[in-house]
Design a protein around this ligand. Structure first.
Ligand code: TEU
Ligand code: CA
Length: 575
């Protein structure tokens, strides 16, 4: 029998503070803005809110570059606003988890300021400093060939000390040296600081990157057309990862806190199960990125992979979903199930279709696909409304994110043709992180009710049709559909939360069907990923009386050969 836990029965709503709601008319989302929307969030039926970084930050990477872990970015509010938020959520029975970004800090953090000030600084070895290497002709080079996730070398040279520091992300995000026990203690203290304040747990940013292979070997050349290469195999599951995670796990346990770790680029699933196994005392669950990378080109690295097109098939998606669902079941782990976050394109645009006639059913289909899997379901702000990617006409000047801009501007700098640049822009419109970062669409008024002034990032022009105000009281809306998903998960908890997952009709390239089984109850989930009708032969064992729990058209019965309408989906409970 499966181990039950409150966090397995929970579902999460992610808020990106800069883009959620502006309360004071400066065009930037803030904590009081979130306060004004707590009933909206509670109304959706989630149990946990995950708030992306709100700490003091130069905002080079939108708050994932933290300069003070114990204070709030002035644009977002004050510490007492956070206290108020915790109280407001708890009053409504919701928990708050916050982002723990401790693979790196901002270069403006006092630790780094001290570290870079002198080789003798007490914080020097809080970061990863290495001597240069030299080419045959004597030119100075970085310690190895690792590529930064935001382009260029992962090492930045410091003239004063003639050493390089490691930054797996922007050069303004130096990596902490977890080998140093003082660093680990400092992180533990930060966790205690927030847990004592009342937060209920953490989403841990790139937490699998904290232990690096201390030999820092050169990465193999996967893409010969570029100088720097992904070194992920030397830091995605480093030698001391689980030791460090257990250190974090001890504190989580002390407080009974929730944890979800972001774990991209992990090759070996046994490493994952060590991180999330029920009795391991590390993390509750992790995010993997295999679905998000379905439409990335795997022969390139980082941004180049993201912005090179790749077509995918439904059976590939099935293989990935089945792999993780089965894997966790067999190993007593637990999945974090998601399609969207602040780093990804909108799912309806990317995995289905956002064209007007089908957008609503397509968004509901994806809610069905996602919402009945085994795992804790994560919904990103706006996903519950079926919000879409940036308009196709947007030029590069409308984008704000360092990841896509560095990549695009790098191509401009090397003199790439207009044709190449246009291709990249087309891929950005599908997959750039900014797709998820436009202001949340609250109503049909100017600036979509997000702000009284022009927001920090342009709103999506479709906001007059697509906004929360028009959906919350409409039983046929995407929002209402998500409400049903969460209600059904509660109502049929045994089968929909704890039931065993398996694929149905696994080789079908148009229909993603699966079942959940618990004792004698069984739920059949059927979703069509096609924009035209498809015939689907109902497997004989489902040609039995049952109950339609949810449908995105108006189907009541199923039997024989079913003609599934474009993006049709349903959940059928067998009696
Ligand atoms: O993201 C880590 C990361 O690698 C993503 O940028 C990437 O898009 C994903 O793994 C898919 O390949 C986290 C944060 O979510 C992101 O916003 C930060 O920029 C990054 O860490 C650095 O803190
Ligand atoms: Ca504001």
């Amino acid at each position: 029998p499966i181990n039950r836990a409150w966090w397995k029965e929970s579902n999460v709503y992610q808020i990106y503070p800069r883009s959620f709601k502006d309360s004071n008319g400066d065009g930037i989302g803030d904590i009081q803005g979130i306060m004004s929307k707590l009933d909206y969030i509670a109304g959706l039926g989630v149990n946990i809110v995950w708030l992306s970084p709100f700490y003091k930050s130069p905002q080079v990477d939108m708050g994932y570059d933290i300069s003070d872990y114990r204070d709030i970015c002035e644009e977002y509010g004050t510490l007492s606003d956070i206290d108020e938020l915790i109280g407001g959520l708890h009053k409504r029975g919701l928990k708050l988890i916050i982002d723990l970004v401790v693979n790196h800090t901002s270069n403006k953090h006092s630790w780094f300021q001290s570290s870079i000030s002198s080789k003798d600084s007490e914080h020097r070895d809080w970061y990863i400093w290495k001597k240069p290497t030299y080419a045959a002709d004597g030119t100075r080079q970085p310690p190895n060939n690792w590529l930064s996730e935001f382009g260029g070398s992962a090492w930045e040279y410091d003239v004063k000390s003639d050493e390089y520091y490691l930054h797996l992300f922007a050069k303004e995000q130096p990596d902490l040296n977890w080998e140093n026990p003082r660093v680990r203690h400092a992180v533990h203290d930060i966790m205690r600081f927030w847990l004592a304040r009342g937060v209920d747990g953490f989403r841990m940013d790139v937490i699998n990157y904290i232990s690096k292979d201390t030999a820092f070997p050169d990465a193999p050349v996967i893409d010969p057309s570029v100088t720097y290469q992904s070194g992920a195999m030397y830091y995605a599951t480093g030698p001391r990862l689980h030791e460090y995670l257990q250190g974090l796990g001890n504190i989580l346990q002390e407080y009974g806190a929730f944890s979800v770790g972001e774990m991209g680029n992990v090759e070996d699933p046994t490493e994952i199960i060590k991180a999330v196994g029920f009795d391991r005392n590390e993390l509750n669950m992790i995010f993997h990125f295999e679905i998000e990378q379905l439409d990335y080109c795997s022969s390139r690295a980082m941004s180049a992979a993201r912005y090179t097109s790749r077509t995918w098939t439904l059976t590939e998606l099935k293989r990935i979903v089945d792999k993780w669902q089965s894997f966790m079941q067999v190993n007593d782990g637990w999945n974090a199930v998601f399609l969207e976050n602040h780093d990804q394109g909108r799912s309806v645009s990317r995995f289905a279709c956002d064209a007007p006639p089908v957008r609503r059913v397509a968004a509901k289909m994806l809610a069905t696909f996602l919402g009945f899997q085994s795992g804790t379901i994560f919904v990103y702000q706006g996903q519950e409304l079926g919000l879409a990617n940036v308009p196709k006409e947007w030029g590069v000047e409308k984008y704000r994110d360092i990841e896509s801009l560095n990549f695009y501007n790098g191509l401009v700098a090397t003199g790439e043709s207009k044709e190449v640049l246009d291709t990249v822009l087309r891929e950005m419109q599908k997959k750039a992180r900014d797709n998820a970062r436009m202001p949340m669409q609250w109503d049909a008024s100017e600036n979509t009710g997000f702000s009284t002034v022009k927001p920090w990032m342009d709103v999506n022009e479709d906001y007059r049709q697509w906004n929360a105000d028009s959906q919350v009281n409409d039983p046929s809306s995407v929002y209402a559909y998500w409400q049903s998903v969460f209600r059904l998960r509660r109502e049929f908890e045994d089968v929909l939360v704890y039931g065993k997952f398996s694929l149905v009709d696994a080789l079908n390239e148009s229909v993603f069907a699966y079942k959940r089984v618990y004792g004698s109850s069984e739920a059949l989930v059927v979703t069509s990923f096609r924009d035209s009708p498809v015939e689907w032969i109902l497997p004989k064992e489902y040609d039995r009386p049952g109950k339609m729990l949810l449908t995105n058209y108006s189907r009541n019965e199923i039997s024989g050969v079913i003609v599934l309408l474009p993006y049709e989906s349903f959940v059928y409970l067998i009696k």
